[in-house]
Design a binder for this molecule. Structure first.
Ligand SMILES: [Fe+2]
Length: 431
């Protein structure tokens, strides 16, 4: 198959990334790394699950052996970043006189900590007005040193300048993006993911797969209007030759290793590969952006009623982020494929499909089929209906998707309300 055209003339792509380090046992270097960044008094941001799994202590012990002073552990972060918790974390950081943060957790922990970082860095006490004026963040200056240890393989949040939070009044998750939010160091330590439950591993892995597929297929950056000033250049640029490299490799790795992790969570090698792939995908989509599957996922997660995935704590209904994005993904890629069939076929090929004889009009179906096969192998529910939604929910889902311009505008094929309606309906049952 001919390699798709990614020359993207005229060339103006850029890559933003933190310094990423990868090794088992890397936590031993956290004190040194923070010292290099000028941090002296650290707060650890994490959640109860990470504390119970002993991972927070493993990192805290290493901090104590170093010159860095640990002034507090904030472990009240809950699933999905919330404004009240962001404010509480801000208070905790200030009260303890911290000047840097160590963040240990999955996407919700990292998103909460990024929001706290901008609050303490810019001297705010209440996140709500900032959340309402997300544009302000484009002006954010340098923030306090922030080292992130991801503990789930999926968000890639350690590489991105984006925080996603629950905006309860909107009944949806939403996010803000700024280059200043990006952690300065991402320490990828596979030892930290050994306790990850299988279903969490599956959902976060499919999140990263979707990040990478959306990064590859997003509206190319040179088809977007140039910013009026360089200052306004968005962190999410659209598909570009640099994000393409990272995202492509991430798709290959996840397609090869996610099922191995799901079948045997003790497989250190596969787990390490998936964790690394999450970071690759993060560098890819953190520069290109994502599009419709993510835009449509926010109301799906926000509108959950009773669904609790296998292996998640009972009594807390949730459609995990990675599940919400992949439930929409097959319909989305069938819809976007006509905008760029070679790139969709290329993505399917990365997932192991033979596309040598494929016709352009088959691109969407082939990629959707590859995603569905993987979803079935890691026991995902069969569509939005299987997590408790029906056609009567679609209007509200469309309403919750329309404000997500940050990502939906990167769709390679524009999607209006009627298109979104059909995409949600097509996502009710996948096989
Ligand atoms: Fe995601």
């Amino acid at each position: 198959m001919k390699y798709p055209d990614i020359s993207f003339e005229p060339f103006f792509a850029f890559v933003h990334r933190p310094r990423i380090m990868y090794s088992p046992g890397l936590r031993a270097e956290v004190g040194y790394e923070m010292g290099q960044l000028g941090g002296t008094k650290a707060v650890i941001f994490t959640d109860q699950g990470i504390v119970k799994a002993g991972v927070a202590d493993m990192v805290a012990d290493e901090v104590k052996k170093s010159d860095l002073k640990l002034v507090g552990i904030f472990d009240s972060i809950v699933q999905d970043a919330r404004i009240d918790i962001i404010n509480e974390g801000t208070k905790f950081y200030k009260k303890n006189g911290a000047d840097c943060m160590i963040v240990i957790g999955g996407g919700s922990v990292m998103d909460t900590a990024k929001a706290v970082n901008i609050m303490v860095g810019q001297g705010h006490d209440d996140f709500k007005p900032l959340a309402e004026q997300a544009a302000l963040y484009e002006d954010a200056k340098r923030l306090p040193p922030h080292i992130a240890f991801p503990t789930t393989a999926g968000t890639g949040s350690e590489t991105t300048g984006v925080t996603i939070f629950d905006y309860l009044e909107m009944g949806a998750k939403t996010g803000i993006a700024s280059r200043a939010l990006r952690p300065i160091r991402g320490l990828i330590d596979p030892d930290n993911t050994r306790s990850l439950p299988r279903m969490v591993a599956a959902c976060t892995g499919l999140d990263q797969l979707t990040h990478a597929l959306e990064a590859i297929t997003a509206l190319p950056f040179n088809q977007r209007p140039a910013p009026e000033q360089p200052r306004l250049r968005p962190a999410y640029q659209g598909a570009n030759p640099i994000s393409h490299v990272w995202a492509s490799r991430a798709v290959e790795m996840i397609a090869t290793d996610l099922v191995r992790v799901f079948d045997n969570p003790a497989d250190d090698s596969a787990r390490g590969q998936v964790l690394l792939a999450a970071t690759y995908a993060g560098i890819g989509f953190g520069n290109s952006g994502v599009h419709l599957a993510h835009g449509m996922s926010y109301p799906v997660s926000g509108m959950v009623r009773n669904y609790v995935p296998k292996g998640y704590p009972p009594g807390h209904p949730i459609v995990p982020h990675g599940m919400a994005v992949c439930l929409n993904a097959p319909a989305v890629f069938r819809f976007t494929a006509p905008a760029n069939p070679p790139m969709h076929l290329y993505a399917a090929k990365l997932m192991g499909r033979d596309v040598s004889k494929a016709r352009p009009e088959e691109a969407g179906e082939i990629l959707a089929g590859a995603i569905i096969d993987l979803m079935r192998k890691v026991e995902m529910p069969n569509g939005l209906a299987a997590v408790g939604f029906g056609p009567q929910d679609v209007d509200k889902m469309v309403e919750g998707t329309l404000p997500q311009h940050r990502v939906t505008k990167l769709s390679p094929r524009p999607a209006g309300p009627e298109d979104l309606r059909q995409l949600f309906l097509d996502s009710m049952k996948l096989w």
